[in-house]
Ligand binder design. Sequence first.
Ligand code: 6PG
Length: 469
Amino acid sequence: MNADIGLIGLAVMGENLVLNMESRGFKVAVYNRTVEVVEKFENGRGKGKNFVFAKSLPEFVNSLAKPRKAQIMVKAGGPVDAVIEQLLPLFEPGDIIIDGGNSLWTDTQRREKACKEKGIHFFGVGISGGEEGALKGPSIMPGGSKEGWQALAPIYQKIAAVAEGQPCCLHMGPDGAGHYVKMAHNGIEYGDMQLICEAYAILEAALNPSAEEFAQIFSEWNKGELDSFLIEITSKIFTKKDPDTGKPVVDIVLDKAGQKGTGKWTVGHAVEMGVPLSVIGSAVEARILSSLKDERVAASAILHGPTTKPYEGDRAKLIEAVRDALYASKIMSYAQGMVQLGKASELYNWGLNFGEIASIWRGGCIIRARFLNRITDAYRSNPGLKNLMLDPFFAEILQRTQANWRVAVQTAISYGIATPAFSAALGYFDSYRTASLPANLLQAQRDYFGAHTYERVDKPGVFHYDWYS
Ligand code: 6PG
């Protein structure tokens, strides 16, 4: 009974996480429903290391030091419930069950409530960083009781990535808070990825750079304000060649994007709460549209875009404009994401701390980026900040980049290139900074056909006009 923590589910993420834990000095019990998987690990990557290779669930549970800590790393949904059901009769009050997958936050809330009734702490822990992060240090977003967190912090803060001396792991809040923050992280990840793809699409249409040139452009961008993991891997992607054809790998990858669902959850809940999340929404829809490959191929033979000429302007200036558009759009995406987190925090009474959230995203996770420091600063200096674009640092960037942002979107439009996320971001900026929108006409329409009433600009009250008279 001396394992510091146990983990159920030895797929790649689980395996890498336990190797990470073990390498930081923890004794870890491992268990997998298919026992051969445990045996394979015992004789392979886990060989000679400080693990308990449990062949049954009771053996696994009995090997854990009290309060017992068991982390589940199985597919989100039913499989998580099934493991909890098996663990509960073997666990005692005070023990802790952790779900480290990408679970839906409402499932986490339900599970937390059910476990609490039995005196068990249930944690929904968002873990980002992919396989590599799991092994070397991910960003960790835990949600659960304060008491349970005291027992878990020494382990999770030790295995997390470190950014500027701080572990990228802080207690997010109770019940579903950790999984919600991870879901929002994934939504932002969708936005970042789509924006990068749109930058690529505009440059390709207008300038047609070679893969080497693209690698160079992205690697330059990675030295400045856009410095981030996703820009870095994008520049590396362009350097890889397909061994079969000798072509750049990127050119032989089919343009059909997959998605597991966290982006859709993010957008769905934003809409439900009345939060504009147009950049991430466009990113989710862009993936959906991309997946309609056959339809698009058929449509391309019928529907034609504008006739275009080779770009006649200054190449370097266009590259700069697209870079600025990418940065400004990215700020819009984070601004929207932070508003969403704020609304959810109010709704569920989570007390989320946005500065802290941005700070634990600085290392380990997929959206890690230099500019997250600035988001932390913005919320530290003004915890009540209504929207990131109102922070003086970000307001200045938007002012400085907006002319180029418009050039990039105009270029895309003139070439007939879809840039839904760039355009949504600019639309958000232009709507938010505008004192009067055309919603006066919209209210008149509503009142016309449905007597929904309207307010007036010149006096208080609720009014109806007799439109049919
Ligand atoms: C991470 C990633 C990880 C993942 C998701 C998203 O933070 O490490 O977000 O959770 O890649 O599974 O995948 P989809 O693109 O398939 O939705």
